[in-house]
Design a protein around this ligand. Structure first.
Ligand code: UDP
Length: 333
């Protein structure tokens, strides 16, 4: 019987791709998701258990039924704009929910935990290329809540022996090249799916949020990582965690998942026109609150320790996989 991994948020964008990668690596991914932002149809690679992270009794039941060997924790609220308006929702929905999950994990005797954190924990860092040791100074409650969960994992490691791998993601983009799963948020706030919507007329235009940033073309710079590369890192991280001697009891290891290459919003627009061979209607708008000017990361540590290589993370590859999904795949909604 293959080992099971409990995947919170397995019905969401990154979680569903992680389930595909876990299944391909010989694990059974058990999705635990309350479907507040996820899609039942995205759960294709293992069992689905509907439930909320705030429901401790349900969590205990799922651990008892499935006896997972590890937890991958993706479930989270992740919209910066909403986090600026409703911080309480983020502290409760991310921090309280994760505390409940970590306590349930410990109670079930599971010790291996993979957590999806974010470059939003860094805030604005003056344009440097970030790495695992860069100072964290989040600009919004989304980043702050993720940083708090990182701290929680370290504390549970020190006190109770939990072993965790923390991945700080940069901008995740693209889709499963086979278009079995893809990115679909409602409402959508992310750049590439919004560009594709503008290209095929699902919205009037793409609004550039701010053209007066101190960058070469005035727009923000981000480091885009293909979702399939990102989830490959999770499987490598899980296997590394489960290999005897790699991480001591109670250890926590952080890895940045970026490519080291930054692209401006205008550069992403140019690549999108090129890949789809279609015009993109654009309007220039004001800055969006909570946005950092530039977020770019190296991946030296993930490469050195885990053997990770972001092979598919070029803009043409991410945009063409997203475009294929956009045209052929969909969930109800
Ligand atoms: N962006 C934009 N227009 C949009 C959505 C995003 O100009 O409609 C910009 C945003 O300001 C940021 C970049 O695109 O500089 C990436 O934003 P996204 O929301 O995709 O990811 P984030 O960096 O916020 O995690």
């Amino acid at each position: 019987m293959a080992d099971k991994v409990l995947v919170t948020g397995g019905a969401g964008y990154i979680g569903s791709h992680a389930c595909k990668a876990l299944a391909a690596a010989g694990y059974v991914p058990v999705t635990y998701d309350n479907l507040c932002t996820g899609w039942r149809e995205a759960v294709k690679f293992g069992p689905f258990e509907q439930g909320d992270l705030m429901d401790r009794a349900r969590l205990d039941e799922i651990f008892a039924i499935h006896r997972p060997v590890a937890v991958m924790h993706f479930a989270a609220l992740s919209q910066v704009g909403e986090a600026m308006r409703e911080p309480g929702k983020y502290w409760r929905g991310n921090v309280c929910a994760s505390l409940n999950l970590i306590e349930a994990t410990m109670a079930a005797g599971v010790r291996d935990f993979v957590f999806s954190s974010t470059c939003a924990t860094y805030g604005d860092q003056d344009g440097v290329v970030l790495d695992e040791s860069s100072p964290q100074a989040p600009l919004n409650s989304y980043g702050a809540s993720k940083r708090a969960i990182e701290d929680m994992l370290r504390d549970f490691g020190d006190a109770h022996g939990l072993r965790s791998v923390i991945f700080r993601y940069f901008n995740v983009a693209g889709a499963d090249p086979e278009a079995q799963v893809g990115e679909f948020h409602q409402p959508e706030t992310h750049l590439i799916p919004l560009i594709l919507d503008a290209i095929d007329g699902k919205r009037d235009a793409l609004t550039i949020h701010g053209t007066d940033y101190p960058t070469a073309d005035g727009t923000c710079i981000r480091d885009y990582v293909h979702v399939m590369d990102l989830v490959d890192a999770h499987v490598l991280g899980l296997n590394w965690l489960r290999t005897a001697g790699e991480l001591p009891e109670g250890g926590t290891e952080v890895f940045c998942l970026g490519t080291g290459n930054g692209f401006s919003v205008r550069e992403v627009l140019d690549h999108s026109r090129h890949v789809t061979n279609r015009p993109v209607p654009v309007v220039e708008g004001p800055r969006r609150g909570g946005d950092a000017v530039k977020l770019v990361s190296g991946s030296e540590k993930a490469g050195r320790v885990l053997g990770w290589e972001p092979r598919r993370s070029t803009l043409p590859s991410m945009i063409s996989d997203a475009w294929r999904w956009h045209q052929t795949g969909h969930y109800a909604g």
